[in-house]
Design a protein around this ligand. Structure first.
Ligand code: AMP
Length: 289
């Protein structure tokens, strides 16, 4: 596996690769590291569709609205390198903050979808999605992949990236991957490493609430949104809820309480201790379309 720390290094290498191999496809997976099985499932998909698999590891300060969350974000680069190597990743891009942003830490260029960014995670994490779109846009420009693989766990992020990719004609094929879970249902996340044993136990209610909502919908597809919201209340009493709702999966608008769901996204963000976790499940569709 080749490792690059500079934009010039990786883009020069890829330019040469494309020149020598004009028919070969580059598949790209952006991550913030502290890799787990969720990330590895993305790498495997990239390996399947691409000739050259490029992974980036960069904890992007621009997408953290909370300084402490950024500083406490788990890092284990040595382990990440060996996991990526074992999965057959060809190229790793691992730049430092200075390389990406220079001395500019505020007043960055912004890509915004005011409507969609004001919902769900955007409501309580101002600036988060602007930071995500900026780094993903730039990585697409430097790496110029044919494919990019993203997880459905960050569904709002996936939708925004799909919109940006289409609207800016970046011509990357975006491949969504289902959520990989622990045995007890908790969605895998690098942040899970920060949970205390007690908070880890509490965190199980997240996926249980979503599964209960989906089960209720499968049993009775004429169930009303407000009845689904009642299920959240039953499950999420032991954690601090940021949001828990039933949304239109295309726009992320709240479905009205008296709606009958033909296609819906149950999505949640909660705090277990000081760790913020997100998860979602689909009804009448799936994350890929
Ligand atoms: P992160 O390192 O958390 O920024 O995530 C990098 C990519 O991995 C994103 O596309 C995430 O949606 C995806 N991802 C993270 N956790 C999971 C999971 N449990 N299952 C599937 N994909 C995931």
């Amino acid at each position: 596996m080749q490792i690059f720390n500079t934009i010039k290094g990786i883009s020069g290498f890829l330019e040469n690769y494309r020149c020598v191999n004009p028919d070969k496809k580059v598949a790209f997976v952006p991550t913030m590291g502290f890799l787990h099985e969720g990330h590895l499932s993305l790498f495997r998909k990239a390996r399947e569709v691409g000739d050259l698999v490029v992974v980036s590891i960069f904890v992007n300060p621009a997408q953290f609205n909370n300084k402490e969350d950024y500083e406490k974000y788990p890092v284990n680069t040595e382990n990440d390198i060996s996991l990526a190597e074992n999965e057959g990743v060809d190229v790793l891009f691992h730049p430092g903050v200075q390389e990406i942003y220079g001395d500019q830490s505020t007043n960055l260029i912004q890509l915004r979808y005011p409507d969609m960014m004001s919902r769900l995670c955007g409501k309580t994490r101002p600036g988060h999605f602007e930071g995500v779109l900026l780094i993903v846009h730039n990585l697409f420009v430097w790496i110029k992949p044919q494919y990019a693989v993203f997880g459905c766990k960050d569904y709002q992020q996936l939708l925004l990236i799909q919109k940006m990719n289409k609207d800016l004609h970046l011509e990357v094929e975006i491949i969504p991957i289902p959520i990989i879970r622990e045995k007890d249902g908790l969605a895998m996340s690098s942040r899970n490493a920060r949970l205390s044993p007690e908070n880890r136990k509490d965190a199980i209610v997240i996926s249980r609430s979503l599964a209960a909502i989906r089960d209720a919908w499968e049993k009775n597809p004429r169930i009303l949104v407000k009845e689904m919201k009642g299920i959240y209340e039953k499950y999420l009493g032991s954690v601090q809820v940021d949001y828990a709702g039933i949304y239109d999966p295309r726009t992320l608008e709240d479905l009205p309480d008296d709606a009958i769901v033909t296609q819906g996204l149950a999505a949640v963000a909660v705090y277990c201790g000081d760790v913020r976790l997100i998860d979602n499940m689909f009804m009448g569709g799936n994350c890929g379309g």
